[in-house]
Every structure is written in C-alpha cells, then in structure tokens.
Design a protein around this ligand. Sequence first.
Ligand SMILES: [Zn+2]
Length: 70
Amino acid sequence: MNCPHCQRLLYSRQHRTCGFCGGELPDECRLEDWQIAELKAEKAAIAHRRELAKAKDEEEKREQERRNAG
Ligand SMILES: [Zn+2]
C-alpha cells in the first residue's frame, strides 16, 4: 500500500496520516481500529510466548548444569 499523496510505501497502516508527507490517508489505507487492536494483542502474545520460552530455556540450562555438577 502506497501513500496516495507522495506514493511512498506506507511502513505502517496504523496511522491516519502518512509518516512521510503528513497527508491524510483514506480509510482503505488504514487498518480498522479492531484490526489494530488485534495486531497489538497478537504482538503482546508473541512477546509473552517468547518470554516463556526463554525462561524455560534458562531453566533447562540450569538443570543441565546441576546434573553436570552433580
Ligand atoms: Zn505521503
């Protein structure tokens, strides 16, 4: 999707205005509010899963070290 004013690629479809020229974007260039909310929720869920996986990884590493030491 490109900006109808400056033809630059829109790096985000969550804003009402173009980040380059500041032109107002038509609705079809924007995500709906619920889509934006969904995107944000998805991002948060991914970050949460990543945190959990990281914590699990570290725990397994510690477990391994305990076994090696014992
Ligand atoms: Zn623009």
